[in-house]
Ligand binder design. Structure first.
Ligand SMILES: [Fe+2]
Length: 495
């Protein structure tokens, strides 16, 4: 198979991947621009300058420490009418209540004519929080205490915003770095106005999607289905010998349950429902290139952002960006595997509130695993990375004797550079997805300087900060209950 390297200027466009994503067509490898070289988008849309400085935070922290009690770091959400003076009224009320804000952030409300705000402050106790809320309710339309807990206020000043619940992802749904309808001059569809219009149409559908809605149904054209069929037949012919056993196990299930077939492009809604029932993962349409942070943060909630458009029909075995072929054939089957699902979520959890430097390292780990990972199965090495499983050419190359293969080590992977215009010279080989999950968890605890620990509450589908004694005790009690049931089950089995 010949390798076609593109000039870097031609390698941008679009990706749902978090970083330096290489997108693979069947026998040709095309590379998208390294995303981490691009600036991370600020929190959308406007972050107002806080009038509360770190020195004040330190002073408040010291006062509370001197008095023997840490401040309750509190986040409040409120909605106001989008008009001059609305915010002043709220701020004036807060001044009267002697509240010092450590953060104030605005976002456009989904209802036109209103604005959402999030403010952070340190409170003496819960009674003070109640009083503040009671007074503010007089001047705002909606108000809610998002979180409150005894946390190191100074340390939290530098923690980037991150979603706490699935609907928070709506805030960055349309804050993409590049849009799906933007094509580079050398894109096969660049001079095809009908293709460009189609891309724009599908991108617009993704733009309007909000959490909780059914995933958009795309009526694919015969031409698009034909393109899918060519890719499908090419790739599936290699899976038997090259794909990991988990991928080989799930693909027939997807054919049976979700309409995977050379003559049919599956709908995200059907695939997402299947994943939800299998491992709790869901898909979410994406209109363009998300920042590494936003993309990885979504993994913490078992949400995978997926494109819905397909490559240009003139070159079915070539694409300069991820498309439905890459998502549905490369990524989706593995997200139905419980161990891989857990592993991917572990990367996402590690990314919540992480520094930019740590986000880059996590994105590199993602690159060497979710996109280009190999694993040992028995005496053989197989592919599980979506970049490989959607590339006819690199799939064969990766399992040949040409590239170097080393045992997976997250610390080593995070600090390994890689080329973006040619096949990888080095692949990391995992012993198992379970091992990888533990390794990434240990890596996050050992090497990342995040001042808190998070856990995912699968019942509420929210992320919880384990930052107060009460929360930790409640969490421990939950584990104790599960352990009791486990012991009971083992005893009943006579093990
Ligand atoms: Fe990918």
């Amino acid at each position: 198979m010949s390798l076609r390297c593109l000039p870097r200027s031609a390698l941008s466009v679009l990706s749902c991947r978090p970083a330096r994503v290489v997108c693979h067509a069947a026998n040709v490898r095309i590379v998208s621009r390294p995303l981490l070289s691009l600036p991370i988008l600020p929190r959308p849309p406007a972050v107002l300058t806080s009038r509360f400085h770190s020195s004040q935070a330190a002073a408040l922290h010291d006062v509370n420490r001197a008095s023997g009690s840490a401040p309750l770091r509190t986040t409040i959400y409120f909605k106001i009418v989008d008009k001059v003076g609305s915010l002043d009224t709220v701020l004036s009320e807060l001044r009267k209540l002697n509240v010092s804000l450590s953060r104030i952030e605005s976002r456009p409300c989904r209802t036109k004519g209103f604005y959402d705000f999030f403010v952070d402050f340190g409170a003496r106790d819960e009674a003070q929080i109640d009083n503040i809320c009671e007074q503010l309710r007089e001047v705002v339309l909606e108000l809610q205490v998002v979180s409150s807990g005894s946390t190191d206020l100074v340390a939290m000043q530098t923690v980037p915003w991150f979603p706490r619940k699935k609907s928070d992802m709506d805030t960055f749904a349309d804050k993409v770095m590049e849009y799906g309808e933007e094509l580079d001059a050398d894109h096969p569809g660049f001079k095809d106005p009908a293709y460009r219009e189609r891309r724009a149409q599908i991108t617009e559908i993704a733009k309007t999607y909000r959490y909780g809605s059914p995933l958009p149904h795309i009526e694919y054209t015969p031409q698009e289905i034909e393109t899918w069929g060519i890719v499908y037949n090419q790739l599936t012919s290699l899976y038997k010998t090259h794909a990991c056993r988990e991928h080989r196990y799930v693909l027939p299930l997807l054919e049976h349950n979700c309409g995977y077939h050379p003559n049919n492009i599956p709908q995200l809604e059907d695939v997402s429902r299947f994943l939800k029932e299998s491992t709790g993962w869901t898909l979410r349409p994406v209109m363009g290139l998300l920042s590494s942070r936003d993309f990885l943060n979504a993994l913490a909630f078992r949400v995978f952002h997926s494109t819905q458009y397909i490559r240009h029909h003139s070159k079915p075995l070539y694409t300069p960006e991820p498309d439905v072929c890459h998502e549905l054939l490369g990524h989706v089957p593995l997200y139905a595997d419980p161990d891989f699902a857990d592993f991917s979520q572990e990367i996402g959890l590690a990314s919540l509130g992480a520094s930019d430097e740590d986000i880059e390292k996590l994105a590199t780990i993602y690159w060497f695993t979710v996109e280009f990972g190999l694993c040992r199965q028995g005496k053989e090495i197989k592919a599980y990375g979506a970049g490989l499983l959607s590339s006819f050419g690199e799939l064969e190359y990766a399992l040949s004797s040409k590239p170097q293969k080393v045992p997976f080590d997250p610390h080593k992977a995070a600090n390994t550079t890689y080329p973006i215009t040619e096949y990888q010279p080095l692949y990391f080989v995992a012993e198992s997805f379970k091992d990888m999950k533990e390794q990434v968890r240990e890596y996050a605890l050992k090497y990342m300087r995040r001042p808190f620990v998070v856990r995912y509450n699968a019942l509420t589908e929210t992320v919880e900060l384990l930052d107060t004694r009460d929360k930790v005790v409640r969490y421990a009690n939950g584990i104790r209950g599960d352990l009791g049931r486990l012991v009971g089950a083992i005893e009943k089995l006579g093990a």
